[in-house]
Design a protein around this ligand. Structure first.
Ligand code: ADP
Length: 248
């Protein structure tokens, strides 16, 4: 597969909530291995966009193609996750009363319940995968610690780890650096640069310093439409973007 092939292709997406147009004729393409940032003021439609990709919201019209020919608008949220799309919400949601290792174990296994997952044995390949993710997320020394005892930033890393053990193709992340210390934010940027290439990432972010360090390309949403797209420098120089968003 070519680096330039799209992993995700949204075309002419419309979403209305009781007449209010949250997304209007939105088209967007993410390339395989790309790290895309999506920015835009509150209410621009960023969350709705993620909801459409993950099947949480059905568009009124338009298509979402994943991996060239899978139409995601026909799949359930569970099927979309199984197809390799992982989503992380802004607030970390980990199992606080379980250890770091157990959290990753549960994320990796497909048993129906938490308890069934913890009873099922990990095979060697699965153990290796968890250990690799622990190392990557710098949580190796925390593996037996209760997740509830981690710092906010470590919980964010753990949740990213819970996605990574599932080996997703496309990761959707909502303000991953929110509430992190400077050092944690720097490591998040480094991590995303490492993940890009092997995975495709779409990151909704408000922190422009963070966007500058991570993004290949930036998409600016405004009132449910794509206002501009390009490098951060390009979109920051765009007159419309300056008017509606950056020219505070
Ligand atoms: P962002 O994430 O960029 O802040 P959202 O996607 O959350 O924007 O929202 C886009 C617009 O759609 C907002 O004006 C919001 O109030 C509206 N909206 C989002 N979800 C719903 C819903 N379920 N019902 C009605 N309006 C909604």
């Amino acid at each position: 597969r070519q680096q330039t092939d799209p992993v995700l292709q949204l075309s002419a997406i419309n979403v209305s909530f009781e007449g209010f147009r949250a997304l209007t004729d939105l088209s967007l393409e993410i390339g395989v291995g790309e790290l895309r940032c999506v920015i835009g003021p509150n209410g621009a439609g960023k969350t709705t966009l993620m909801d459409v990709i993950t099947g949480k919201t059905r568009p009124n019209s338009g298509k979402v193609f994943y991996d060239q020919d899978t139409d995601l608008t026909r799949l359930s949220p569970v099927e979309i996750a199984r197809a390799g799309i992982g989503r992380k919400f802004q607030k970390p949601t980990v199992f606080e009363a379980l250890s770091v290792f157990e959290n990753l174990e549960i994320a990796l296994k497909t048993e129906k319940s938490v308890w069934a997952s913890l009873r099922a044995r990990l095979d060697g390949e699965q153990q290796d995968r968890i250990n690799e993710v622990l190392k990557l997320l710098r949580l190796g020394s925390e593996r037996d610690r209760l997740a509830g005892r981690l710092s906010h930033g470590q919980k964010q890393f753990l949740e990213i780890g819970m996605l990574l053990v599932q080996e997703p193709h496309l990761l959707l992340l909502d303000e991953p650096a929110a509430g992190m210390t400077d050092a944690e934010t720097d490591y998040t940027a480094e991590l995303f640069r490492q993940l890009a290439g092997k995975h495709s990432l779409m990151v909704v972010e408000h922190d422009m310093g963070f966007v500058e360090t991570i993004a290949d390309r930036v998409t600016v949403l405004h009132q449910g439409q794509v206002l501009a797209e390009g490098s951060l420098r390009e979109v920051q120089a765009n007159e419309q973007v300056i008017d509606v968003y950056l020219g505070r």
